[in-house]
Write a protein that binds this ligand. Structure first.
Ligand SMILES: NC(=O)c1ccc[n+]([C@@H]2O[C@H](COP(=O)([O-])OP(=O)(O)OC[C@H]3O[C@@H](n4cnc5c(N)ncnc54)[C@H](OP(=O)(O)O)[C@@H]3O)[C@@H](O)[C@H]2O)c1
Length: 332
């Protein structure tokens, strides 16, 4: 796989998102299946694994620690803090907390679960708007000084927040949603990352299955499936979006690749500082996704794609009002 730069780090063009091995879409796969996916990724040339304290409330990090510990020198490890599971009398709940104390605690917990001495890229998962970004990034900078993390990143931030953070410590990467159907990055953050020499790590790069030509009955999704609360996957919006999906699938067929590969190849062609991190619970899907790194798209296909799947042709917001309130991204 060709290499891309993330601040001081270099990684293969496509990484693996490891949320899906613990939560996300449908039932959690067994740990045996998670292990198969992680090892197949390593065998397939993946050298960039993305996880977070939040995913499965520590489960994703524990799995990675157990399965990949013996291979630690072969990959760049990214994790995130500032949003994690916290125990309450009625169970563990997701809490956004960007205080210095929480960041230090999250990082220590992650290091322990990951069974490693250092996390290569440590992101603030969400900017906690009650805490100045300078304070959260300052606490993360202390983790760099202490040798616990190597480089810093932010997730779902605006240009204004990114600039304020960069004034405290160099930001190696911004990780936010980017795909043909979610173009917020194009408002400003993508360009600002290029200007600052930071990578743009694209999460949900295959649009949570939508750009894989996946179709389902939204009513039949499991209660904890993230798509259940996403307006684009609901009711008339979803029906309208499936028509766009059909046109998109025809472009993939004509381009000689699968829909999932086309979505990833489009991102890789958009700019050299973009690193997509698709997530999957399936080894065949993983192999299909990784092969996208070798696909070449003509300018004509790029234009055709952008004209077909864009903010105008897609119906519905990407997030529910509650989730939108938790992000700091420039909204479309
Ligand atoms: N920073 C953040 O706030 C944030 C938010 C969301 C995600 N992330 C990160 O980004 C990663 C990826 O994002 P995501 O999982 O939300 O979205 P995604 O990668 O766009 O989509 C994942 C979905 O696509 C399906 N899929 C993947 N490849 C496929 C293929 N070749 N054919 C058919 N279906 C395929 C998967 O199903 P199968 O399992 O059946 O393959 C899964 O349902 C996560 O794992 C996580 O690390 C970060």
């Amino acid at each position: 796989m060709s290499l891309r730069k993330i601040g001081p780090l270099q990684v293969g063009a496509i990484g693996l998102g490891c949320m899906n091995l613990s939560q996300g879409y449908g039932a959690r796969p067994s740990d045996e299946q998670g292990e198969r996916v992680l090892l197949a990724a390593l065998d397939g040339g993946v050298d960039f694994f993305d996880t977070a304290a939040l995913y499965g409330f520590g489960h994703s990090e524990e799995l990675i620690g157990r399965v990949l510990k013996a291979h630690r020198s072969r990959f760049t490890l990214a994790s995130k803090g500032g949003m994690a599971g916290v125990s309450f009398p009625d169970g563990v709940k997701r809490v956004i907390d960007g205080s210095a104390q929480a960041i230090r605690r999250n990082c220590e917990d992650s290091l322990r679960r990951l069974q490693t001495d250092v996390i290569d890229l440590y992101y603030l998962h969400r900017w906690d708007k009650r805490v100045p970004i300078e304070d959260s990034v300052g606490a993360m900078a202390d983790l760099v000084s202490a040798g616990k993390v190597r480089a810093l990143g932010l997730s779902e931030v605006s240009c204004a927040t990114l600039r304020r953070a960069q004034a405290v410590h160099p930001i190696a990467a911004v990780q936010s949603e980017y795909s043909l159907w979610t173009r917020n990055a194009e408002i400003g953050v993508l360009d600002l990352c290029r200007e600052l020499g930071a990578a743009y790590v694209a999460f949900s790069p295959v649009a949570r299955g939508f750009l894989c030509a996946e179709q389902f009955d939204p009513q039949a999704l499991l209660p904890n499936d993230l798509r259940r609360s996403m307006p684009r996957f609901q009711g008339e919006a979803y029906v309208a979006n499936l028509k766009v999906q059909a046109a998109y699938t025809r472009i993939a067929r004509a381009a000689g690749c699968t829909p999932a590969q086309l979505a990833l190849a489009w991102l890789l062609h958009k700019a050299p500082h973009i690193v997509p991190i698709p997530g999957t619970t399936s080894v065949p899907h993983l192999r299909e996704d990784l092969a996208a790194a070798d696909i070449r798209l003509s300018a004509e296909v790029m234009a055709q794609l952008e004209a077909t799947v864009n903010t105008g042709s897609i119906t519905g917001q990407r997030y529910s009002p509650q989730a939108s309130g938790e992000v700091d991204t420039e909204a479309l």
